[in-house]
Every structure is written in structure tokens, then in C-alpha cells.
Write a protein that binds this ligand. Sequence first.
Ligand code: ZN
Length: 176
Amino acid sequence: MSLIDDAVAANATIANEYDPALGAPPAPKIAIVTCADPRLSGIARMLGLADADVDMIRNVGTVIDDDSIRSLIISTRVLGTREIMIINHNGCGMTTFTDGELEERLRDETGMSPIAPARFYSFTDPEQNTREQMQKTRSHPWIAAEVSVRGFIFDVDTGRVSEVQPLETTVSGQSN
Ligand code: ZN
């Protein structure tokens, strides 16, 4: 029996306690982009946010790529979220290798050089990486200017988030 079989069997019982009201159309207020790392699975609870208020967008490494931009456009333009939190974390697996190292390993293991994915988005500095993801989000023409875009690092050792300041801009009257 696989874990999937176990999960499907468990669902048959757990669903008896399901509240059908949870199936109402969603009206989230905030979009969170974060890592697929299991340690981030409780992030809404750690922020005191109700599951229903959060449009959770996850991928390995908290990357703002075409697909997360696609989700953020739907989130803000269709679902109506007004704030975007980009939450990276310390100890991310994407800091443990470079794209080149992983590509070389995969070529060795498979004997093939596929053309996609073009990048794995490995990184070294979570704060710098978060700034780049904030900038990619903020600069997209279909993410409205009035939607707040803020970046954070979740410390997996303490459970605390700390804000990452955006890249310096030269807008007059603003210090960052
Ligand atoms: Zn991660």
C-alpha cells in the first residue's frame, strides 16, 4: 500500500466531517507566493490568516516566473486580492546547488539534454532573491499599481517573518 492509497482511504472517513460551506466560491483577500517546502505549509496559520482569506501560490524556491505571474494576475484581477506577500525562507533547498550543477547531474543520470526547463532558479541569498521576485512582480504591467507587493523571509528555526526592503528606487519623497 502506498501513501497515496493510505491518503485516499483516510479521505473516505475524514470527508464525513467536511463542512459543505467550505465549498462556497472563494473570495480571498491576499495572495501569498511561497516555497513548496513542507515547512511553509503552515504559513497562513503562522500569520494569523484564515485559509479562506489566502490565495496560496507555491513553487519550489518562491519564484516569480510566468506561471506565478499568471496566478497573481488571476488572483488580483479576477478573484480580487489586493495585497501580495512573497515569502522566501532560510534553509531553502534551492540554495544547495547551482542550476549548472543540477543540469550536469541530470545529464549524467539520464544521458539527455532537454531544452526545458530553461532555468531551475537556484539562488544563494534569500533576501536578494526576494528583492528580485518583488521587482519582477511590481514591474509587471498587469499587476495594478494599487496592489501592495511586499517581501518577507520566514525563519524556519523561530517561526518569525522579517520584511525585506525593496530595491532602491529614485522616486522623490521616498527613501526606498
Ligand atoms: Zn524553499
